[in-house]
Ligand binder design. Structure first.
Ligand SMILES: Cc1cc2nc3c(=O)[nH]c(=O)nc-3n(C[C@H](O)[C@H](O)[C@H](O)COP(=O)(O)OP(=O)(O)OC[C@H]3O[C@@H](n4cnc5c(N)ncnc54)[C@H](O)[C@@H]3O)c2cc1C
Length: 65
Protein backbone atom coordinates (compact mmCIF):
# COMPACT_ATOMS: atom_id res chain seq x y z
CA UNK A 1 0.00 0.00 0.00
CA UNK A 2 2.79 2.38 0.90
CA UNK A 3 4.50 1.63 -2.41
CA UNK A 4 1.33 2.35 -4.38
CA UNK A 5 0.84 5.63 -2.53
CA UNK A 6 4.48 6.65 -2.97
CA UNK A 7 4.16 5.93 -6.69
CA UNK A 8 0.91 7.94 -6.88
CA UNK A 9 2.73 10.85 -5.27
CA UNK A 10 5.33 10.70 -8.03
CA UNK A 11 8.18 9.04 -6.14
CA UNK A 12 10.35 6.57 -7.98
CA UNK A 13 9.40 3.38 -6.12
CA UNK A 14 10.80 -0.13 -5.78
CA UNK A 15 9.24 -3.00 -3.85
CA UNK A 16 11.36 -5.56 -1.98
CA UNK A 17 9.19 -8.43 -0.71
CA UNK A 18 10.29 -11.52 1.21
CA UNK A 19 7.02 -13.44 1.00
CA UNK A 20 3.89 -12.63 -1.01
CA UNK A 21 3.67 -9.54 -3.19
CA UNK A 22 0.71 -7.47 -2.05
CA UNK A 23 1.31 -8.00 1.66
CA UNK A 24 -1.18 -8.87 4.37
CA UNK A 25 -4.22 -7.06 2.97
CA UNK A 26 -4.22 -8.78 -0.43
CA UNK A 27 -3.05 -12.25 0.58
CA UNK A 28 -4.32 -12.85 4.10
CA UNK A 29 -6.08 -9.91 5.75
CA UNK A 30 -8.71 -7.63 4.25
CA UNK A 31 -9.66 -9.33 1.00
CA UNK A 32 -9.56 -13.08 1.89
CA UNK A 33 -11.27 -12.30 5.21
CA UNK A 34 -14.09 -10.41 3.51
CA UNK A 35 -14.53 -13.19 0.93
CA UNK A 36 -14.85 -15.80 3.71
CA UNK A 37 -17.28 -13.63 5.66
CA UNK A 38 -19.44 -13.15 2.56
CA UNK A 39 -19.46 -16.90 1.89
CA UNK A 40 -20.50 -17.56 5.49
CA UNK A 41 -23.27 -14.96 5.18
CA UNK A 42 -24.59 -16.54 1.97
CA UNK A 43 -24.55 -19.97 3.66
CA UNK A 44 -26.53 -18.59 6.57
CA UNK A 45 -29.08 -17.05 4.18
CA UNK A 46 -29.47 -20.43 2.48
CA UNK A 47 -29.83 -22.30 5.76
CA UNK A 48 -32.56 -19.86 6.84
CA UNK A 49 -34.07 -19.39 3.38
CA UNK A 50 -37.52 -20.46 4.61
CA UNK A 51 -37.53 -17.38 6.85
CA UNK A 52 -37.44 -15.38 3.59
CA UNK A 53 -40.14 -17.48 1.92
CA UNK A 54 -37.63 -19.20 -0.35
CA UNK A 55 -37.13 -22.96 -0.65
CA UNK A 56 -33.60 -24.08 -1.50
CA UNK A 57 -32.30 -27.60 -2.13
CA UNK A 58 -29.22 -29.08 -0.54
CA UNK A 59 -26.39 -26.59 -0.21
CA UNK A 60 -22.84 -27.31 0.84
CA UNK A 61 -19.85 -25.10 1.39
CA UNK A 62 -17.00 -25.64 -1.05
CA UNK A 63 -14.38 -23.21 0.14
CA UNK A 64 -10.93 -23.22 -1.45
CA UNK A 65 -8.22 -24.38 0.96
C1 LIG B 1 -7.44 -10.27 9.29
C2 LIG B 1 -7.13 -8.84 8.86
C3 LIG B 1 -8.14 -8.11 8.24
C4 LIG B 1 -7.90 -6.79 7.85
N1 LIG B 1 -8.91 -6.11 7.23
C5 LIG B 1 -8.70 -4.83 6.86
C6 LIG B 1 -9.74 -4.09 6.19
O1 LIG B 1 -10.85 -4.59 5.97
N2 LIG B 1 -9.48 -2.81 5.83
C7 LIG B 1 -8.26 -2.21 6.06
O2 LIG B 1 -8.09 -1.04 5.71
N3 LIG B 1 -7.26 -2.89 6.66
C8 LIG B 1 -7.45 -4.17 7.07
N4 LIG B 1 -6.42 -4.85 7.67
C9 LIG B 1 -5.16 -4.18 7.91
C10 LIG B 1 -4.31 -4.18 6.65
O3 LIG B 1 -4.05 -5.53 6.24
C11 LIG B 1 -3.00 -3.47 6.95
O4 LIG B 1 -3.28 -2.18 7.41
C12 LIG B 1 -2.14 -3.38 5.69
O5 LIG B 1 -1.88 -4.68 5.20
C13 LIG B 1 -0.84 -2.62 5.99
O6 LIG B 1 -0.14 -2.57 4.77
P1 LIG B 1 1.41 -2.44 4.74
O7 LIG B 1 1.81 -2.40 3.31
O8 LIG B 1 1.81 -1.31 5.64
O9 LIG B 1 1.99 -3.75 5.46
P2 LIG B 1 1.83 -5.30 5.09
O10 LIG B 1 0.61 -5.57 4.29
O11 LIG B 1 2.02 -6.07 6.37
O12 LIG B 1 3.06 -5.56 4.14
C14 LIG B 1 4.38 -5.65 4.65
C15 LIG B 1 5.13 -6.61 3.76
O13 LIG B 1 6.52 -6.50 4.05
C16 LIG B 1 7.08 -7.78 3.96
N5 LIG B 1 8.30 -7.76 4.73
C17 LIG B 1 8.40 -7.63 6.08
N6 LIG B 1 9.67 -7.64 6.43
C18 LIG B 1 10.41 -7.74 5.29
C19 LIG B 1 11.80 -7.78 5.02
N7 LIG B 1 12.71 -7.70 5.98
N8 LIG B 1 12.20 -7.90 3.72
C20 LIG B 1 11.29 -7.97 2.72
N9 LIG B 1 9.96 -7.92 2.93
C21 LIG B 1 9.54 -7.82 4.21
C22 LIG B 1 6.01 -8.73 4.47
O14 LIG B 1 6.19 -10.03 3.93
C23 LIG B 1 4.73 -8.08 3.98
O15 LIG B 1 4.28 -8.64 2.76
C24 LIG B 1 -6.63 -6.19 8.07
C25 LIG B 1 -5.60 -6.94 8.67
C26 LIG B 1 -5.85 -8.25 9.07
C27 LIG B 1 -4.74 -9.04 9.74
Amino acid sequence: MAAIRASQLGFKTAVVERENLGGICLNWGCIPTKALLKSAQVMEYIQHSKDYGVTVGDAKADFPR
